[in-house]
Structure formats: C-alpha cells, structure tokens
Design a protein around this ligand. Structure first.
Ligand code: ATP
Ligand code: MG
Length: 346
C-alpha cells in the first residue's frame, strides 16, 4: 500500500497540490505563430487561443481546468487539427474522444468515467478518468460534442465547475485543474459565422449571442455557461485552399516514404485538385480533399517508390498527375535557380 494512502489522505493531498500549480508564463506570440504555421486561414482563432492560454497558465491558484474552449465552425476547417497542433506545441498529451460514440444515453459514458462496482468494466478505470489520472495536464479533445447525449454533457459539469471527475469503479476523485478541454462542434455554424463578423469589436455581445445560438442548437444552458470561450472557424477560401492542398500533398508524398522537390508541385496539379473540390460544393470538407489527392497521386507515387526514387516532382501529363524522379543534384540546382529568381523579383 502506498505510504500516503496508509498515513494520510492522499486524495485530498493530491487535490491540494493540484490547486497550487506553479505559474507558467508562455510566449503567446510564439505559440500563435507555431499554430498559424500549421493551421491555415484561422489566424484570429490562433492568436486568440494563444492569448487565452497564456493568461490562464499564469494563474497559480486554480480550482477549475486551465480552459474549457469551444471550437465551432464548418466541417474540414481545422478544428480537430488545431487540437492536435496545440497539444504538440504545448508538448502535452492529447486525450482525443469521438463524442459520436456517446449518443445513446448517460450509460454510454461508462467508457469515459468507469463502471460502478459489480458491473462489466469495473475492474479498470474509464478512458477519461484513467487518462487524467496518468496525465493530469492533458489536452482533452471532445470531438463533435453536440453528438453526445445531453446526459453525457452533464457528466462533464463537475470537471469544468468543480475541478474534478469521479471514477465510478472506486469513487476516487481525479483532478481536472491542470487540463485543457477543447470541445468541437458543427452546430449553428452559419449563425456563429454571421455573429462573429457582426460583433468583431464587441466581445461581450458576441459571447451572449453565440451562447444563445448554441442554446437554440440544443446545448444545455449549464454546459454553455461553463464555456470560457467560443472560437469560430472560418470556411477556407482562395489561396488558403491551395495552401491546405499543398500541405496535404506533401504529407501524402512523405507518407509513401518520398520527398517532394522545391517547386515540385505543378500549378496545374494544384488547380485540378482545387477544381475537383469546388465541384463537390460548399459542403465539401478537407477530408474530401484528402480523398481526391489520394485518388490522383497515390498510384504514381507507389510506382516512383518501387523504382527506387527518393525525391519526386508532380507534373501534369496528358490530363493526369505523374510523379517524376528528381536527383538531389537537380534539386539543388532548382532550389538555387529559384532563389536567384526570387532575388531578382524583390
Ligand atoms: N485550416 C487548416 N489548415 C491546415 N490543414 C487543415 C485545415 N483544415 C483542415 N485541414 C486538413 O484537413 C484535415 C481535416 O480537418 P479537421 O479534421 O481538422 O476538420 P474539422 O474542422 O475538425 O472538421 P469536422 O467538423 O468535419 O470534424 C486535417 O487533418 C488537416 O490535415
Ligand atoms: Mg473534427
């Protein structure tokens, strides 16, 4: 038995220690820049969330989570992606939950909070209680929160209001004071978008009317009252779609164990993918984009890989994309000639 369990009340001690977190002052500008370099087209969200986190991490006395933030906006605009990038920028563990799995009712939450003694699953901790016990400062990403049952939402209220959650199997209280909760949603997207433009300079009114819009989308008032901030993501447009496309192409090329040369994506390749995306209409998401990229370039990449190449460029040939090998010497010539051209232009 742990000496603290034997000689004192370990739980109370842990809770008291968790409240006395040392002040951490982070560089909000650096965090925002880091996020903006990865999450395209959402600069104001990145600036805003970095500033919020800086203020909250600097508090030494805390009896609630560092933050409970709602990320709202259209599908495929980077909400889930921002959660992942934030965890990596802050070097915190990400506990990622797909909340569509908890739509059946309060009982579906046993996976998160554990099962009461005598019930199936009561021999181990829930995924959330166990996760926060092991990593109290995790980022908890509750993805598509509107899909979870309202009773499941309510089970989070002590986490956000009182700074702890209770593990059902043994009744122990797990602190949430060091955690950051990110909730993502597609609910009320259009209304929130309009409000964020209308009340850009009136944060109080923006908050009031955003809460109202989410309430109409059937979020319970006690859940909405507990949100520290609602961040509204913008639909991606113009060059930002091209930037996300280029990032996805690079990720896929790397995924097949290849590198892409500098200047190695022909404009026609990008334009073709962007046109496909446009044809899918306003509801098309970045996931559709990833599918299109896979359909268009995966086979030619596999061929290049099988032929033993390591560096490729993607060219447009007879109405299709082809991966052409680039030798490292060609690559450095291309890079230096591009640099020269850039210098001439400036
Ligand atoms: N703003 C963005 N910047 C960079 N990449 C993005 C951006 N938006 C989407 N992506 C890419 O598209 C993928 C899917 O985006 P993501 O899952 O973050 O969308 P979402 O906003 O959570 O959508 P949904 O509401 O449908 O869950 C990401 O993994 C990322 O690769
Ligand atoms: Mg998502």
């Amino acid at each position: 038995m742990d000496i603290l369990d034997r000689l004192t009340n370990r739980e109370v001690l842990e809770n008291r220690l968790a409240k006395k977190t040392p002040a951490v002052v982070i560089d909000a500008g650096k965090l925002a820049a880091d996020l903006k370099s990865k999450v395209i087209g959402q600069d104001s969200v990145c600036d805003d969330i970095a500033a919020q986190i800086r203020r909250r991490l600097a508090l030494t006395q805390r009896d609630k989570p560092v933050g409970v933030f709602m990320l709202a906006g259209p599908p495929g605009t980077g909400k889930t992606y921002l959660g992942k990038r934030l965890a990596s920028a802050l070097q915190r563990k990400l506990l990622h939950f797909d909340m569509t799995q908890y739509s059946a009712g309060a009982h579906s939450a046993t996976q998160l909070f554990g099962a009461a003694k005598g019930y199936v699953g009561s021999d181990s901790y829930g995924k959330l209680t166990g996760g926060l016990r092991d990593t109290p400062n995790a980022i908890v990403l509750l993805d598509e929160i509107e899909k979870a049952h309202p009773e499941v939402h309510k089970k989070f209220l002590t986490a956000w209001n009182d700074g702890f959650i209770t593990e059902a199997s043994d009744g122990s209280q797990i602190s949430t004071n060091q955690a950051i909760f990110l909730l993502t949603t597609n609910a009320a997207t259009d209304t929130l978008q309009t409000l964020s433009i209308t009340y850009t300079n009136n944060p109080d009114e923006l908050r009031r009317s955003s809460v109202q819009a989410l309430r109409e989308a059937r979020f319970a008032p006690e859940v909405l009252n507990r949100l520290d901030r609602i961040f509204v993501f913008k639909p991606l447009s113009g060059l930002d779609v091209a930037r996300v496309t280029a990032l996805e192409i690079e990720a896929m090329v790397n995924g097949y164990g290849l590198n892409i040369s500098i200047g190695g994506v022909a404009v026609d390749v990008l334009l073709d993918l962007m046109e496909r995306q446009e044809k899918l209409g306003a509801s098309a998401s970045a996931r559709d984009l990833v599918r299109s990229i896979e359909d268009t370039i995966a086979d030619t990449l596999i061929t290049a890989k099988l032929q033993g190449h390591t560096m490729v460029e993607l060219v447009w040939e007879s109405g299709a994309v082809a991966a052409r090998p680039v030798s490292s010497s060609e690559e450095s010539i291309t890079a230096s000639s591009q640099k020269t051209q850039a210098n001439v232009r400036t």
